[in-house]
Unconditional design. Structure first.
Length: 143
């Protein structure tokens, strides 16, 4: 507790203390902080996953791989064969999607091809129901 000593003037009236006593506020804050720490449950840092049991069955037939290359001018090559236009590509994609075991589509764009050509091929493949699509040759984009 603080004690206020008079200024030494002749009057007997004590001066008014203007400072606020913060000790009770700090005590209440510390009590609330301790209660908060005690009431927070201990969190576990484990992630629960349902993992499969056993080993996966071995593939008896390796998957068919179709390589679609996009040249710098937008020319599309299907396993090295030039396709004349977009409907020819979509016809081949539709036939690949209709097979019982879909082939893996490896898309290899040239470094200079416009992104709209790559996006159009990816959109066509997705729209026609192909699910195994991957972009390969990304090492050419690293400087």
């Amino acid at each position: 507790m603080a004690m206020n000593v008079g200024s030494g003037s002749g009057s007997g009236d004590p001066e008014v203390m203007v400072d606020i006593n913060t000790t009770p506020l700090i005590d209440v804050m510390l009590v609330l902080l301790i209660m908060l720490i005690i009431t927070i449950p201990i969190q576990t840092h484990a992630v629960k996953l349902n993992m499969p049991v056993g080993s996966p069955p071995a593939q008896v037939v390796p998957p068919e791989v179709v390589t679609i290359e996009l040249d710098f001018d937008g020319t599309v090559l299907w396993n090295g064969t030039v396709l004349p236009d977009r409907p020819a590509l979509e016809a081949r994609l539709r036939a690949a999607a209709a097979t019982p075991v879909q082939p893996e589509i490896h898309l290899r764009p040239n470094k200079l091809v416009k992104y709209e050509n790559v996006a159009a091929v990816l959109a066509s493949a997705q729209r026609l129901g192909l699910t195994k699509i991957g972009i390969i040759g990304n090492e050419q984009f690293i400087n």
